[in-house]
Design a protein around this ligand. Structure first.
Ligand code: G3P
Ligand code: CA
Length: 242
């Protein structure tokens, strides 16, 4: 199977991360999938934004958990990147799932519940995926491994994977124990041995966030299942050349 190129927060080098403009651009550039981050609003709506607060990527301030969906909709989520994107909003997860209906991209939904606890985020996201018939398209990941283990307890049919930036001795055994499909690792953890070990254990390997051509080439060469990048145009071009 050929490697899946996930656009990290959309085509986030060129367009404002986690906006529909960044997802559209990734699609136009030939990405196979979208990686995005989910937080919950005060009124329990799953929205796509990386940070726990609105401060860095919008003209607003405050924790997402303290703002309602309607309050977030009044914010400009694009101007920080370029005035061209001043009409960009923080999308709801619903919007991305509806947008993907006629596109068939893979989705990597990262639950951003490692720094903040969002009660029931697992159930809320799984229900949305079911409503939009996106179960088959999606893998859920998180740095919060208790949350990923909860998906196993929920007996969901949605794929899920542990996400890690750190060496973990028990990454593969724990992934097997909780019936995860793969491992999502930071680039500096990547090695031939890890890919071999994961493959032997029937786990796929996804690598983030890989933007430099030499590093992209290494991920392609090692036979990883997925690459997560801010520059899907470059990764797609290098993939076509291999
Ligand atoms: O899912 C891979 C990657 O997105 C995790 O790190 O901080 O970019 O969400 P971060
Ligand atoms: Ca992410």
């Amino acid at each position: 199977m050929s490697i899946i190129i996930y656009a990290h927060r959309g085509a986030s080098k060129q367009a404002p991360e986690n906006t529909m403009a960044a997802f559209d651009l990734a699609y136009d550039q030939g990405a196979n999938g979208i990686e995005t981050d989910v937080q919950l609003t005060k009124d329990g709506i799953p929205v796509l934004i990386h940070d726990e607060t609105a401060d860095r990527t919008t003209n607003g301030t405050g924790y997402i958990k303290d703002l309602t969906y309607q309050e977030l909709q009044s914010l400009d989520a694009g101007s920080w990147k370029s005035p061209v994107y001043s009409d960009s909003k923080i999308p709801a997860l619903d919007e991305l799932l509806a947008w993907n209906k006629d596109k068939d991209l893979k989705l990597n939904i990262e639950l951003k519940n490692n720094l903040i606890s969002y009660p029931d985020i697992e159930e809320i996201v799984c229900e949305k995926l079911q409503q939009h018939k996106m179960v088959e398209h999606t893998v859920i990941s998180s740095f919060n491994h208790t949350s990923i283990a909860k998906l196993d307890k929920m007996k969901t049919t949605i794929d899920y994977a542990l996400l890690t930036s750190k060496q973990m001795k028990n990454l593969i055994p724990f992934s097997k124990e909780i019936n995860a499909k793969g491992i999502h690792i930071r680039y500096r953890l990547l090695s031939y041995r890890l890919v071999e070990n994961a493959t032997k254990n029937n786990l796929y390997v996804a690598v983030y966030t890989v933007n430099h051509p030499i590093l992209i080439a290494k991920v392609l060469r090692l036979g990883c299942h997925a690459l997560i990048t801010d520059v899907p145009n470059l990764a797609v071009k290098l993939k076509q050349q291999t």
